[in-house]
Design a protein around this ligand. Sequence first.
Ligand code: TYD
Ligand code: MG
Length: 457
Amino acid sequence: MANRQKTVYCCTDCGYETANWAGKCPSCGAWNTLTEVRLERDSGGKSTGRVRAGLGVSPKRLEELDLSEEIRFSTGISEFDRVLGGGAVVGSLVLVGGAPGIGKSTLLLQMCASAGISKRVLYVTGEESERQLKLRANRLGVAGGEIFVLPETDLDSILANIDALKPDIVIVDSIQTMSDSGVASAPGSITQVRECTMRIMRLTKEKGLTVFVVGHINKEGSIAGPKVLEHMVDCVLYFEGERSTSFRILRAAKNRFGSTNEIGVFEMADHGLRCVENPSEMLLSGRPENSPGTCVACVIEGTRPILAEVQALVTPSAYNAARRSNGVDYNRAAMLLAVLEKRGGLSVSGCDAYINVIGGLTLEEPAADLATALSIASSYLDRPLGSDLAALGEIGLSGEIRSVSALNQRLSEIARLGFRRCVIPAHGRDDVKAPEGLKLIAVRNIGEAIASVLSRE
Ligand code: TYD
Ligand code: MG
């Protein structure tokens, strides 16, 4: 098997691999993206992940496996620990993906500050010079400790340096700049990215390192060769947010050592990222008082309830009605407008409707339906809902308000943030205990909801 040359064709868009060339990628359907890739190394094929027979590994009984192997340590950044499932795991490779400029390098350098006190850290940078990194470190207040910096892109040299320095934590910034001289394609190409990740992964497991690899997201929103990278690494985190706002969310897309529905919330400030322990407070700050077209929803992100403000602007349109939604799924918004028209008695079909969720948050849960619909209705009727009101409930096609999960948890968060009234689904009302100071308004359908909070007295 040793040095057998093998040629495969790899799609530059999605990373799909095939033995035969084709004009169109069978996986993603893109044209002319299959490029010839020579797998020169023995390590190049799909078999690389396997443990070599020569290492003498034999099967063990499940009961015999040692649990104590999963050792975690804190990164010193509470929100980062939360997303990792309670800290970083020794012997794991974490891929941190995100659009350029979102704050990946900042997050990892900040982590060095606290991790560098008790551990030896090697920061491999292929993007910035030593000087740039030092300037950034100064700005972030990262100093002292066992932090080493290596401006290098050649993988062999990096691996040799890891061997010599024996760090506990390695940061590779970014995988797209790294290249393995044994592979003939350019840095950033699927083959290079996959090959480098594979070799780093092997070293991680062999030496029990904790490695963080930065991956830039391309314009389609995926890390170059997402399919090939995601299955290889232990944990995939995406750093999201809009560059125009300071709000950033770290989300786990895959985690072999924890749950994937936990999120970390950060704010980008002058001196780096700041953990936001109370995202609701931040998202609701600066809310307009008593203006029409705004309502507060509560969604569960991971295990945390988060309050978000949904705003709507509905104006009569002389032409074809336009619909724009930001933070709420477009089809969901269109459905809510249709329900309001047919079941809520509001003629919104001839209106332009703009919907926006403040803070760049995306509301994926149907539990936010009622708040969205009420903010549309409030804008249409030009009557404010009042800034002390929140709404929870999924809306069905016949206008019925359906129950939501974890209602008590959401209600206590709503009450904690000082809201006085909350519209909830009538179904299952008896099982709900109202938190102190919060008046519950149970409704069965959208018509009742509008009548109870938007009617003129
Ligand atoms: P960076 O970590 O370089 O992004 P990435 O590695 O994901 O490409 O973040 C760069 C952005 O963060 C840049 O636009 C400036 C901003 N920033 C701050 O606002 N405050 C800071 O203290 C730092 C270091 C960066
Ligand atoms: Mg960077």
